[in-house]
Design a protein around this ligand. Structure first.
Ligand SMILES: Cc1cc2nc3c(=O)[nH]c(=O)nc-3n(C[C@H](O)[C@H](O)[C@H](O)COP(=O)(O)OP(=O)(O)OC[C@H]3O[C@@H](n4cnc5c(N)ncnc54)[C@H](O)[C@@H]3O)c2cc1C
Ligand code: SF4
Length: 517
């Protein structure tokens, strides 16, 4: 990216000049773009200067998706631009890393103090503390890690369902007095239906033409990153994020729920709001989303199962994984209880194609949009890596770099805890392992696939089906003790064709490694 010799970016932000007037610096990190939360909430142009640093180390850390790089950088520049319009003096700079950026800022401006919102990642929090930055309490979530730690104290098992009900009670969402609206806490059974057969299209997502800042970032990126370039799907400003929230509540929420777990090739966004990048960068606060769900439900026209289904994601799952991340880090990210040692399949890194239709479609979604939906993440990409025994750290790194909404706090729980069962059941009560039958029930890709989801052996057997039975047999000793999978483990052990399955599984794993599946 063209950056001035003094390290400042070619972003259209007023030049702060040098020398400094000892104002307090508010340092805003790229995933904390909230004006009314954390450190920026108390800032005023007369008393505060704003610092944003584009860290070259972070940008080059992994083979990142172009849309991810774009949404982060363009969002940072839009945020800086909005603050400049409010009258703030902005020091927007690019530096080899965060520490170098802060050192250069301090040398130029000699601020009285540097403050920042508590960072969202473990490592960034350590770095900022080490650099003497005063951290302001992070209120980007509805439950602070301290509150989560208090909730979790003394509980033998930290179940999402218990946490979610606690959140609903204390925050009052979808509550009628002390009872859940509609009489039930949980509508999951109504919300796990196979794909709809009515042929109705799912609402088209909001797209905005790229503005001047977006285009400047794209030009600056040059050939950096991989994957398709941005096409206005992901919001890079507060206004764009609000438009997406309005669309999600008006168009998606009334149909949210029943088909949450279903996958249709022609409807990549089915049953999803696409709000995760806006939430994770800070453009939207979860309270705004929960308030909008509540209002829409109370106004009528939104089934309680739909309102509850989306509230469960935002108030439940999202806050739960955030709390667990802070409770169990840093050891959690290194967990590998199943001793998985296989490298990431070459199909993931784009160095080999795959004939597996469900996998090819999920990987094409990642390439085209840097986003695929929950079941593709969990049951197509994650499940394959679980069954094949891929090293957890490799899948974490790949997803983190590839998804537009990637962040360590959300990736570690979802990959280590959920998809790969790498913490041995500390978070999930069972491994999310499934064969082709599940994927065939929940999606339509099998009809386009040369493999057969019902076959366990032979060259046309679905790799998921073969590897599923092999996985249960491979880890029989450990999994037999897990009540929720013990029956399947016993079923695997008594299969008359188990030797043939295991021999085909060995071939499948070799083909996977060779990029020939
Ligand atoms: C292996 C794996 C990797 C994942 N990686 C990410 C990631 O990098 N970033 C990310 O934000 N989510 C991640 N998720 C969670 C979830 O898949 C995405 O949040 C969701 O698909 C985003 O699309 P959406 O906004 O349309 O979600 P919706 O289904 O519309 O849900 C609304 C919001 O709920 C929140 N949410 C729902 N489920 C989860 C969850 N399990 N964890 C955290 N938040 C949740 C998200 O903020 C989401 O935007 C991952 C899940 C799995 C299984
Ligand atoms: S047959 Fe197996 S590999 Fe092919 S699409 Fe179905 S589940 Fe995927």
């Amino acid at each position: 990216m063209p950056v001035g010799g003094d390290g400042r970016s070619a972003c259209p932000i007023p030049d702060p000049g040098r020398g400094g007037d000892r104002r307090v610096t508010v340092w805003v990190l790229g995933d904390q773009l909230h004006r009314r939360h954390g450190a920026p909430a108390g800032a005023h142009p007369r008393t505060h200067r704003v610092l944003l640093v584009e860290s070259e180390a972070q940008l080059r850390a992994e083979r990142r998706h172009r849309q991810r790089l774009h949404v982060v950088l363009s969002s940072m520049r839009h945020f800086a631009s909005a603050l400049a319009a409010e009258g703030f003096t902005i020091d927007y700079r690019r530096a080899p890393d965060l520490a170098a950026g802060l050192a250069a800022h301090r040398a130029d401006h000699r601020p009285r103090e540097v403050i920042a919102t508590e960072p969202c990642s473990w490592d960034a929090r350590l770095v900022l503390r080490r650099l003497g930055v005063r951290l302001v309490r992070n209120d980007q979530f509805l439950c602070h890690p301290d509150e989560f730690a208090a909730w979790s104290a003394g509980r033998p098992r930290l179940r999402m369902e218990d946490f979610y009900r606690w959140q609903r009670r204390r925050l009052g969402y979808l509550m009628d007095g002390d009872r859940p609206a509609g009489g039930r806490w949980n509508h999951d059974t109504a919300n796990r239906r196979p794909p709809p057969r009515d042929g109705r299209p799912w609402p088209e997502p909001v797209r905005d033409p790229l503005d001047d800042l977006d285009r400047a970032v794209l030009a600056d990126l040059g050939g950096a990153g991989w994957g398709a370039p941005p096409e206005g799907l992901w919001p890079t400003s507060r206004e764009a994020a609000r438009r997406r929230l309005d669309h999600a509540i008006r168009e998606v929420l009334p149909r949210f729920g029943p088909h949450q777990d279903a996958m249709l090739g022609g409807s990549w966004q089915m049953a999803h709001t696409l709000l995760s990048p806006a939430l994770n960068l800070g453009w939207l606060h979860p309270r705004e989303v929960c308030d909008a769900i509540e209002e829409s439900y109370r106004a009528g026209g939104v089934p309680v199962a739909s309102a509850e289904g989306l509230l469960r994601q935002v108030l439940g799952w999202r806050e739960y994984v955030w709390g667990l991340y802070w409770l169990w880090m840093p050891d959690w990210r290194d967990a590998n209880e199943l001793g998985a040692s296989r490298p990431l399949p070459p199909a993931f890194t784009g160095t080999a194609p795959t004939r597996m239709a469900c996998l090819a479609e999920a990987l094409e979604g990642v390439r085209a949009r840097a986003w695929v939906h929950h079941i593709q993440r969990l049951m197509v990409l994650g499940n394959l890596c679980l069954l094949a025994g891929v090293r957890p750290a490799e899948l974490v790194a790949w997803m983190w770099a590839s998804f537009v909404d990637g962040a360590e706090w959300v990736m570690v729980p979802n990959v280590i805890g959920m998809a790969l069962y790498a913490d041995g059941g500390r978070m999930a009560t069972k491994p999310y392992a499934a064969g082709g039958a599940y994927l065939n029930r929940m999606g339509d890709a099998c009809a386009r696939c040369p493999y057969d989801p019902r076959r366990r052996t032979g060259p046309h057997a679905c790799p998921y089906t073969t590897l599923y039975w092999d996985f249960l047999a491979r880890h029989a000793r450990r999994l037999a003790a897990e009540p929720r999978v013990a029956a399947q483990v016993r079923a695997a052990q008594v299969r008359p064709d188990l030797p043939a399955i295991r021999s085909r599984a060995a071939e499948v794993l070799d083909l996977l490694d060779a990029g020939e599946l």
